[in-house]
Design a protein around this ligand. Structure first.
Ligand SMILES: Cc1ncc(COP(=O)(O)O)c(C=O)c1O
Length: 395
């Protein structure tokens, strides 16, 4: 049978990362390709205790249907948590609990984009979001970096070009895949451009709390006074991605439209997970927890960077993150990145080819993404050494 799939799915390929991750099922492969929290970072005992308590004392409340907007106690706790350092929630805003922040990307495109509408994104950017936009018929217009920051001239050109974009998708903190952080000046400039051209911003901030160096930079949502920002906050990277709990904070009209989209999608997010998250946020010291896990990532990041410094050919450039989970390495122009990645896989080390994160993956790219949160310290040392040998063979 030849299946006739919808046109909007033609441009959406299986995620290159998922495909590489399949290769990493082989226990001999050292994977720097994933983006999972470290196994040491999960609050297992606490979640076990809360789950047991809830099931023993109020089982029906976690097993029954819930309301689409989200569990009221979680909304209360998450509002307090995400506003603890800065005012993210503004007058007239509402929160929607979603099944991971991936669902926020999907809903944003679902409620804002018609087939063929344009979404501006960083180039490179988070593949899961790009695929969500594409699967809903959106066209991507990618903006590259200039001196380590989003190129504002290119951004303005992309915002002013017809057809006008529906929104821009940005990851200002410890970006996936580059690990880079947008400066305060650039954040303010982007907001100014958003206002000038009437283009919304979808600000995705799953990594902001995983800071282990430098100073925190205010979110664009907190700086916005004009209802221009849809804020995606996730509990995946700081508590547990398997629970699929995230929060969207945005002007009420936008959230109300997302609520309708969610009713047509999954009715509401898993109530058991929401109630466990609410209790966790209420009963445990999140600052202490975040401090603990940020230290884990700091150590792993510095270990990977130290090993890269020791073993990589000096002509390979790479970002020095101060948070998050990723390093973005760039080979000189004369080296074929895909051959490098292939060679690495033959030697049982997996990294993600950088073109997977572009608005158009057929564009030339000399970069690849390395993750330090998932592998053990021993694997980081072993894997970087192997990659380093390949850099010397190929450069
Ligand atoms: C930048 C970015 N946004 C969103 C997500 C999705 O996270 P979740 O759906 O688990 O909240 C990820 C996951 O890797 C990510 O890297």
């Amino acid at each position: 049978m030849k299946y006739q799939f919808a046109h909007r799915m033609l441009n959406v390929k299986a995620s290159a990362i998922r495909e590489i991750l399949k290769a990493t099922a082989n226990p001999d492969v050292i994977s720097f390709a994933g983006g999972n929290p470290s196994t040491e970072a999960f609050p297992v005992k606490e979640i076990e205790k809360i789950s047991g308590d809830l099931l023993a004392h109020q089982p029906i409340s976690v097993l029954q249907y819930g309301i689409t907007e989200g569990d009221q106690e979680l909304i209360k706790q998450a509002t307090a948590f995400f506003n603890r350092h800065e005012q993210v929630t503004k007058d007239g805003d509402q929160m929607l609990i979603t099944s991971g922040s991936q669902q926020i990307m999907e809903f944003a495109a679902k409620i804002l984009c018609n087939e063929g509408d344009v979404v501006v994104c960083e180039n490179p950017s988070f593949l899961g979001a790009l695929n969500a936009f594409k699967s809903l018929g959106a066209m991507l217009r990618g903006i590259t970096y200039h001196n380590g920051q989003l190129d504002l001239e290119k951004l303005e050109a992309a915002l002013s070009m017809e057809p006008r974009p529906k929104f821009m998708y940005l990851i200002p903190n410890f970006q996936n895949p580059t690990g880079m952080t947008m400066s305060l000046d650039v954040r303010r400039a982007v907001l100014k451009l958003a206002k000038k051209y009437g283009v919304l911003i979808l600000e995705d901030n799953p990594y902001g709390d995983l800071r282990f160096g430098g100073e925190a930079v205010p979110s664009m949502k907190s700086l916005d006074e004009d209802g221009l920002v849809i804020y995606a906050a996730s509990l995946s990277k700081i508590i547990a991605p398997g629970m699929r709990v995230a929060c969207c904070i945005a002007p009420r009209d936008i959230i109300q439209k997302m609520v309708v989209a969610k009713q047509a999608s999954d009715v509401h997010s898993n109530l058991w997970a929401q109630k466990v998250m609410a209790r966790y946020l209420r009963d445990y010291d999140m600052n202490e927890h975040i401090d603990r896990i940020s230290k884990i990532y700091k150590k792993k990041c510095h270990l990977m960077l130290d090993e890269m410094k020791k073993h990589f050919h000096p002509d390979v450039q790479y970002t020095i993150p101060t948070g998050g989970m990723f390093i973005w390495a760039t080979l000189p122009d004369h080296v074929d990145m895909l051959s490098f990645v292939q060679k690495a896989l033959e030697k049982n080390v997996a990294v993600v080819p950088g073109n997977a994160f572009l608005d158009d993956d057929t564009k030339e790219c000399h970069s690849f993404r390395m993750n330090y949160s998932t592998p053990t310290d021993e694997k980081i040392i072993e894997g970087v050494k192997i990659l380093g040998q390949i850099t010397y063979e190929m450069l």
